[in-house]
Unconditional design. Structure first.
Length: 218
């Protein structure tokens, strides 16, 4: 647990450290926002590069709060706290990758993300696909709780139903993650976004229906 927390805090503060090191070498004006067409639609001060690291730290503390709440609120709180910390580490890995991408576009004053070999959508959804695969492997280890996991009215029926639902949910997360990674390799831009949203919509419907069916059988 101590090792996990050390990794967690490193990942939480690393974007700020990297941004502070990069700040003196950044152009005075950097791309501050991109539209849906991947074109920069607002330029800002280079100090705006610090906003993302600050958000990362705030998110890190929020997830830590969720982990502590999971420990206090649930019967099997310690187990759920550990898993929440692991999932927090995965989220912070995504934030670190986004920070590096943001600094890259700032250094190069990228005006159109379409000309970058890896656009922001591919990066975000590709990493989320990987995180879904990892999460899918973690889900069967979750004890019943009201905060994390495949939680529906039916999955919370009893421990047996909960375990079966998390097992099924884990499988669907792994399959969905693999499909999303494939989508990110094959396409970019709006087609990538719409395809990923379609996969998520299908997964939600399937998982909810499966929890209903499993609850009826138990």
């Amino acid at each position: 647990m101590k090792t996990k927390k050390t990794v967690y805090y490193i990942l939480m503060y690393l974007p700020l450290v990297v941004a502070l090191i990069a700040l003196p070498n950044l152009p005075e004006k950097i791309p501050a926002h991109y539209g849906f067409d991947n074109q920069v639609d607002r330029w800002g001060s280079k100090y705006e590069a610090l906003l993302f690291p600050i958000i990362s730290i705030l998110m890190g503390y929020f997830l830590l709060g969720m982990a502590r709440l999971a420990m206090k609120k649930e019967e099997h709180g310690e187990n759920n706290k550990n898993i929440t910390i692991i999932m927090g580490i995965l989220v912070l890995i995504l934030f670190n990758a986004l920070n590096v991408y943001s600094l890259y576009t700032s250094f190069n004053k990228v005006e159109n993300l379409s000309f970058v070999s890896l656009d922001i959508g591919q990066l975000v959804f590709g990493i989320i696909g990987m995180l879904m695969i990892v999460t899918g492997n973690i889900m069967p280890k979750l004890r019943m709780n009201t905060m994390i996991g495949l939680r529906t009215h039916w999955s919370m029926k009893n421990e047996v139903t909960w375990k079966k639902c998390q097992h099924i949910g884990g499988i669907s997360f792994i399959i969905g993650g693999i499909i999303i990674i494939g989508i990110c390799i094959a396409m970019k831009g709006t087609p990538c976004l719409l395809s990923v949203l379609g996969v998520w919509a299908i997964l939600i419907v399937i998982d909810v229906l499966l929890t209903y069916r499993i609850a009826k059988m138990n």
